[in-house]
Ligand binder design. Structure first.
Ligand SMILES: Nc1ncnc2c1ncn2[C@@H]1O[C@H](COP(=O)(O)OP(=O)(O)OP(=O)(O)O)[C@@H](O)[C@H]1O
Ligand SMILES: [Mg+2]
Length: 251
């Protein structure tokens, strides 16, 4: 098994609030890995750090053997001058589906998908990928000329996932895809995530407050509390873990 993403001893601060404290996580290619944790535990911060949207105070993040993020304090002088941007990280094959979906509500579904392909130069490839998305999410095909604001919450989440896939990523980061959606809709979305992983071989890093859904959908899991990793194990083992059952599964 090949390690695709390696997060090593990272810390992130907002002013004097330390949101992540010496966090290390590893994602193997082809896996679905979940990160569970309460409100404010630092889940979104971790995903933003991977995308280069928040600077690291300590540590490094490596994707496919190449360092994509590094704390300034441990950079060489040369490294300080070649800043790796979010676009470059995306171009290496990571796509984020942000919390709250962040769709462009006044744009049509098709225009949103085009935005997801901004790094793709080949128009034919963009057209092919869009067709593949309309096959995979038929509701998006049926609504492609409609403004996104007319879509339901679940449909908007599907569109946000499709938009991320338009870049042809090797790994997608999903920030609470089930947030605010009805259980049946969440089940639909998780089924799609599983297909994206199994059929398209996209590695998945899933952040969720809905611990039961996330652990059932994944191979490996991490638990974050107050910015620290407090548990890591196979998802099957975490589902049986007393501490997880009491704190996250309401058992
Ligand atoms: N831009 C910011 N400025 C200052 N503090 C922030 C900022 N973003 C997040 N924080 C703080 O950092 C901590 C971690 O927040 P984060 O959004 O990463 O948590 P989360 O686990 O994603 O929470 P939620 O489940 O509510 O989405 C919280 O204490 C939060 O208040
Ligand atoms: Mg969050």
């Amino acid at each position: 098994m090949k390690e695709l993403l390696s997060i090593d001893d990272i810390s992130v601060s907002y002013g004097n609030i330390r949101a992540l404290k010496n966090v290390s996580m590893h994602v193997n290619e082809g896996d679905i890995v979940c990160l569970i944790g309460a409100n404010g535990s630092g889940k979104s911060t971790l995903l933003k750090a991977i995308m280069g949207q928040e600077p690291l105070v300590s540590g490094t993040i490596t994707f496919d053997g190449e360092e994509i993020c590094k704390a300034k304090s441990i950079m060489t002088r040369k490294e300080r001058h070649k800043h790796i941007t979010t676009d470059l990280i995306a171009a290496r094959g990571i796509a984020l589906v942000p919390e709250g979906r962040r769709v462009f509500a006044d744009m049509t579904v098709e225009e949103n998908l085009d935005m997801g392909a901004f790094l793709v130069r080949d128009d034919k490839l963009i057209a092919e990928r869009k067709e593949a998305m309309y096959d995979f999410f038929p509701i998006l095909g049926a609504r492609k000329r409609q403004k996104t604001r007319s879509l339901s919450g679940g449909e908007q989440q599907m569109m946000a996932i499709a938009r991320a896939l338009m870049s042809g990523p090797r790994m997608i980061l999903l920030d609470e895809p089930g947030l605010g959606l009805a259980p049946l809709v969440i089940a639909d979305i998780f089924e799609k995530i599983d297909l994206i992983n199994k059929q398209d071989k996209v590695t998945v890093f899933l952040v969720e407050q809905n611990a039961r859904m996330a652990l059932r959908a994944s191979n490996e899991g991490y638990v974050l509390e107050n910015g620290r990793v407090v548990l890591q194990d196979s998802s099957a083992a975490l589902l049986e873990n007393e501490q997880v059952r009491a704190a996250y599964l309401g058992e």
